[in-house]
Design a protein around this ligand. Structure first.
Ligand code: ATP
Ligand code: MG
Length: 308
């Protein structure tokens, strides 16, 4: 964590918190895990989730998810898709490819397949980063990503896909829907999605129950990545709860917007979690020549022409 603190300090010293993304040392090695993925899949049947965490979890087969999940026609919002919207800047799409390369690189070093995306406060760009990272991955042939909106208090990720909000994770966690009723597949190839569901008043209780763990364990062998979008980590404990079920955490901070004190506090909150990197979101293209590189080979940033 101290390196992350150093990075935040350095960003602060540089005034706007803006630093560059380009790390020419980051190799374009991306792990091929398709074979491994197939090898992990064992059982075809769909069973009810276990009543408690100690129950034996039986994985799904990808073919079953593909066949039995909800098929929908998504109507994506082009304003939030960096691969569809050139107004966001070609650089933005390139930054997500860079971020993709970096997490694949990390995957070659350690077991990393389930990633939580969080940030200190609302509006930092968690949902933007989660969905565009997923899109960057599934643009590659044969890649599969499951994106889960775990912001049960204010689920919004479905709007960028133009997807139905329910039934979603809230319904699954409260036991009124099973996995196949909440996993959506639209027209974006290897992209699968679980929306947040109808708003709930007991988000922390639902996220602590054994069903979320079971959902991840059952689906993870079927996907190259599971990317979980979450609420901000400072006001509520939800993100920290989910982080305990994930292999790594991507922390998003927004240039010119996230207070550095909040960023530090978020690092402190997540210090016992495996923070794999910081995404500095919303960096002006003009500042991209300021070369810095944060963390353990995992720093990246998302840019767009219209952001600060
Ligand atoms: N780099 C960017 N360029 C342009 N627009 C962006 C960028 N990052 C985020 N946005 C836009 O800013 C708004 C807030 O982003 P987003 O919803 O992803 O934040 P969030 O951290 O998920 O917020 P919340 O905590 O409320 O869920 C959205 O309209 C999103 O499309
Ligand atoms: Mg969000």
């Amino acid at each position: 964590m101290s390196r992350i603190h150093e990075a935040l300090k350095k960003a602060e010293r540089e005034g706007s918190g803006v630093t560059s993304l380009t790390d020419s040392r980051a190799p374009e090695r991306e792990a091929s895990i398709a074979g491994e993925r197939e090898g992990l899949v064992k059982v075809a049947e769909v069973l009810p989730p276990p009543a408690d965490a100690s129950a034996r979890v039986i994985s799904f087969r990808f073919e079953d998810i593909k066949e039995r999940c909800v098929q929908v026609t998504w109507r994506p919002d082009p304003l939030t898709d960096v691969f569809a919207n050139t107004e966001l800047g070609l650089e933005a799409a390139e930054q997500f490819r860079t971020l993709r390369s970096r997490i694949y690189h990390l995957q070659t070093e350690k077991s990393l397949r389930v990633i939580l995306v969080t940030s200190p406060i609302s509006g930092d760009g968690k949902s933007f980063v989660a969905m565009n990272l997923a899109r960057a991955i599934v643009r590659q042939a044969d890649r599969r990503v499951l994106v889960i909106d775990a912001d049960l208090r204010s689920a919004l990720l479905h709007s960028s896909l133009g997807a139905p909000v329910s039934p979603g994770l809230g319904e699954y966690l409260s036991g009124s829907a099973d996995e196949m009723a909440v996993i959506q597949h639209g027209q974006e190839g290897g992209l699968y999605f679980i929306a947040g569901g109808s708003p709930v008043s007991n988000a922390s209780e639902l996220l602590s129950n054994a069903r979320l763990k079971a959902l991840i364990e059952r689906t993870v062998p079927c996907f190259d990545w599971i990317i979980i979008d979450s609420p901000p980590c400072l006001p509520v404990a939800d993100a920290s709860l989910i982080a305990g079920l994930c292999d790594g955490v991507l922390l998003v901070v927004r240039s010119g917007s996230t207070p550095s004190s909040a960023a530090r506090k978020a690092c402190h909150e997540l210090q016992k979690r495996n923070v794999i990197g910081i995404v500095l979101n919303g960096v002006s293209e003009k500042t991209l020549t300021y070369g810095s590189y944060y963390g353990r080979g995992q720093y990246s940033q998302a840019t767009s022409g219209d952001s600060t």
